[in-house]
Design a protein around this ligand. Sequence first.
Ligand code: FE
Length: 282
Amino acid sequence: MNTPKPTFVRGVARVDDPPFVAGQVAGHRARRLIDAPDAAFTDPFVLMAEDWSPPGLFPFHPHRGIETVTFVIEGSIEHRDSAGFGGVIQAGDAQWMTAGRGVQHEENPPAGTIAHTLQLWVNLPAAGKMVAPRYQDLVASALPVGSKDGVEVRVFSGMYGDMISPTLNHHPVTMLEVRIEAGSVLRHSFAATDNAFVYVLEGAVEIGSAGDLLQASQLGWLTRSEEPGSSELTIGARGTAGRFLLFAGQSLREPIAFGGPFVMNTQAEIQQAFADYRAGRF
Ligand code: FE
């Protein structure tokens, strides 16, 4: 007889709050919330940049081997790509772009404005590195949202309770945007082996039974289990309301090779990506 495994209770494994680095152009501020040297720990997430960017910072450039998830915190982002897609991402909305075998795109705020954005790079599994590119505009008002007992959860990707996001994933990733009123608590059950983190957009929250405090602009990596089963995450807001993003996904545990805007499994594949780009095959 199988005895049910006990539920793994999530806590905080590590808090990151990296400093801002000098911008590439006037008016640009940026920091790396997730960065390449840490990829074994952050797997399947390979990078997350927070930018306050003026127009012109990100002209046409290529990607391969990843999906980029852009969430606009303030302002808006106009994007255009080599396949003829284009549009505007507004504050509170996101874009899920599958670079796959290769896209070129530009992503900039309208003239005279500054956009405050998060961009997460989700690694693609080796078998999916060269899939066809795909764009999904995730407009907040069109996504599943549930509100109960002072907690509002919007499902950008994956599922929360019985709410399932229509967002298509090559590698399953949960992305929730949560608003908690002071005195309320979010409860979320998901795979104990998922690698997961919380990024606080506004206010402050307390995580797990220890009530570890996470404040606006801090990123908290959650503890996880090596044993398959379910995990329980509780996030509360005590003195102040909180707004945060939760991301979760299974680690790929594959070799990672970085090369500029490309993320592959080997250096030979990175060299091939540069060669294909130079040859105009994107
Ligand atoms: Fe890009």
